[in-house]
Write a new protein. Sequence first.
Length: 304
Amino acid sequence: MTTRITSEQLRGIFPALATPVTADGQIDTQAVRALLDHLQGSGISGTVPLGGTGEYGALSRTERPRMVAAVREHQSADLPVLAGVLDPGYHDAIASGQALADAGADALMVLTPYYTTPSQQGIRDYFLRYADASPLPVVIYEIPYRTRISIAPEVLHELSRHENIIGMKACNTDMYHFLKVVKGVDASFAVLSGEDTIFPAQMLCGAQGGIIVTANLLPKTWTRMYALLTSGQTQEALALHQELIGLLDLAFAETNPGPMKSVWDLVGVQAPHLLAPLVDCNPELSARLRQVLTAQLQAEHALA
């Protein structure tokens, strides 16, 4: 019997998985296995396939469930799979959520509805309606620099009290907004940092963990940072994050996950292909990232 994931399990580091694909845009299951082999045993708390890093909008509808199924098959059973649902409208989002639930997801990370530019009342009603109908627990995904939509803190406070809404991925880089959110959410609701660049700050201000892009490459570094922050070793955590700034600048210098996929081979994942409209990373940028990542991987090996 399947046990439903709760907010208590939304603690720690959840890599925001990039999607390994073949040259014709199909899920590369062998590369998915290699990625999970790299991640498992590093202390991660679960994974998040099919977010923006996972190129959700560029994947075909048939390939999205295949990615979740591949992750669920090869990932440890005790680690939850939080699958992204990035459709702009309710009916498609519900259909996608059901397909991903059938493929083995444990929770759904549901993006704020976009393009139509809804009111705060519309956002509230959308998530309440979605949570009522969802086959799985819901994690709200707020990323206003992609969607142009922020969720008012008071709306998040209300949504956090719904029994089927267990948390959120917070990618709003306005720290005052973040402080107002964590001040009023229900105790049963987990706020996860969605920003590699400000993860320590969000943790210190109330996040319970993070959905982290570059944890695809350096999972032990990120789980070490989380452990330092939760044990009160703040200065050590901040110093570790400072060491990553050069890598973060390069990893996000072009649209994610382009730069990261160009150096995936350094961690044993042979899957450099991107989906349209993304194009291959600039070779000079990739070469610089490769050099920096090589040094970071050597440092990470020392953590073992």
